[in-house]
Ligand binder design. Structure first.
Ligand code: ADP
Ligand code: MG
Length: 322
C-alpha cells in the first residue's frame, strides 16, 4: 500500500545564468496501486522529480509524502529499500549473475540464499524469461530487452510498494518495447504497485498510465487520466504535445463493451463481430472496412451480448468520462 503526495515540490539549481528551477512548485497525488506517467520534452524536470521522491536529489522546498509521512523525516537508505528504481541505462552489475543482480536488495535485507533464488526465478517467469536459462547468466550475455527485464526484476525483488521507472524502455526497438510494455502491464495488474513512470512518448504514456502528469520547463501543466488529457487538454502546450491525432489515440482507451447497447435484435444478420473487451481501434477498423452502421458484440465465449452503432461511438468520443 502506498499513496504518494507531492506538495509544492521545487528544485533550484545555481547556474552561470543565475538560479534555475528544474522543478517548480509541482503538486499532485498518485493513488495506491496506480501508474502515473510523467511526460514531457527533454529537460522539463521529469528525472529531477523522480529523484526527489527517493531522495537521490534533495528538494529545495516542498514535500513528498508517502502514505502521509514526510519522506524528509525518513532515513534515505531505508527509504530507498521501499522504493524500486529502474533507469534506462539499467546499471546491472556486470560481474554478478542475473540471480545476483536481482538479489542485491534482498541480500541487504538478510534473506537466505534459497529464498532469494526462488524470488528471482518467480520474477523472471513473470517477465517471460525462463529462469533455468537466465539465472546464472551474466549481463554481458543478455540482449537489451532481457537486460531491461532484469532491471525491472531487480527493482521489484524485495516487493517494494513504490516503483520509480525513468524511461525504462526508451532504448529498445519498437517490437521489443511493445513486448516488455505488455509484460509490465500484466505484471502490474497482479502486483498493483504505486508506479511513477517517466516517458517522453505520448503513445507509451497513454498505454501505461492511469494518470499522466505533463510537464513543461519544470511546471506541471496538467495531471489527468489519459482520456481526459486527450479529450480536454488544459492548454495549447498540452494539445500540441499530445498531437493532432489525439482522437485516434483515445480509441485504444475505450472498450467496445462501454459503447455497446444491450439489444440482441439490433444489427442486421451477417454484421461484423467484435468482442466486448476489444478496444475502439478494432471497432473503428471494422466500421471503415465493412461500411456498416452497426456491429455485433460478443463475449469471450462468442455469445452475442449486444450491438454497437457508429452513432454511439461518435457520442462517446464527443465526451470524456474520467
Ligand atoms: P528531464 O528528465 O525531464 O529530461 P531533468 O529533470 O533531468 O529533465 O532536468 C531538468 C532541468 O534541470 C534541465 O534543464 C537540466 O539541465 C537541469 N539540471 C538537472 N540536473 C542538474 C544539476 N545537477 N545541476 C544543474 N542543472 C541540472
Ligand atoms: Mg530524464
Amino acid at each position: 500500500m502506498a499513496t504518494i503526495r507531492i506538495d509544492g515540490l521545487t528544485k533550484t539549481y545555481a547556474t552561470p545564468r543565475g538560479p534555475v528551477n528544474a522543478v517548480d512548485r509541482v503538486s499532485f497525488e498518485v493513488a495506491d496501486g496506480e501508474t502515473c506517467v510523467l511526460l514531457g520534452p527533454s529537460g522539463c524536470g521529469k528525472t529531477t522529480t523522480l529523484r526527489m521522491i527517493n531522495r537521490l536529489v534533495t528538494p529545495t522546498s516542498g514535500k513528498v509524502l508517502i502514505d502521509g509521512r514526510d519522506t524528509d523525516a525518513a532515513d534515505p537508505v531505508l527509504l530507498r529499500r521501499t522504493i524500486g528504481y529502474v533507469i534506462q541505462q539499467i546499471g546491472l552489475f556486470p560481474n554478478m549473475t542475473v540471480a545476483g543482480n536481482i538479489g542485491v536488495v534482498p541480500r541487504l535485507l538478510g534473506w537466505d540464499a534459497r529464498r532469494i533464488r526462488s524470488r528471482a526465478a518467480e520474477l523472471l517467469t513473470m517477465l517471460a524469461m525462463e529462469p533455468k536459462d537466465f539465472l546464472d547468466r551474466y549481463p554481458g550475455e543478455l540482449s537489451g530487452g532481457q537486460a531491461q527485464r532484469v532491471g525491472v526484476a531487480r527493482a521489484l525483488a524485495a516487493d517494494p510498494p513504490v516503483l520509480l521507472m525513468d524511461e525504462p524502455f526508451g532504448a529498445l526497438d519498437p517490437v521489443n518495447r511493445e513486448a516488455i510494455q505488455d509484460e509490465f502491464l500484466r505484471m502490474q495488474h497482479a502486483l498493483k504497485k504505486t508506479v511513477l513512470f517517466v516517458s517522453h512518448d505520448i503513445d507509451e504514456a497513454v498505454k501505461m498510465a492511469d494518470s499522466i502528469a505533463i510537464f513543461r520547463a519544470g511546471l506541471l501543466e496538467q495531471h489527468a487520466a489519459p482520456d481526459v488529457l486527450l479529450s480536454r487538454p488544459a492548454n495549447d502546450f498540452v494539445a500540441g504535445f499530445v498531437g493532432s491525432d489525439r482522437t485516434l489515440k483515445r480509441l485504444r482507451l475505450i472498450q467496445a463493451g462501454e459503447v455497446m447497447v444491450t439489444d440482441l435484435r439490433g444489427p442486421a444478420p451477417g454484421a461484423p463481430t467484435v468482442r466486448a473487451t476489444d478496444d475502439l481501434r478494432r471497432v473503428a477498423t471494422l466500421f471503415l472496412e465493412h461500411g456498416v452502421e452497426s456491429l455485433v458484440c460478443v463475449d469471450d465465449g462468442g455469445n452475442v451480448v449486444g450491438h454497437i452503432s457508429r452513432a454511439a461511438v461518435a457520442a462517446r468520443l464527443g465526451s470524456a468520462r474520467p
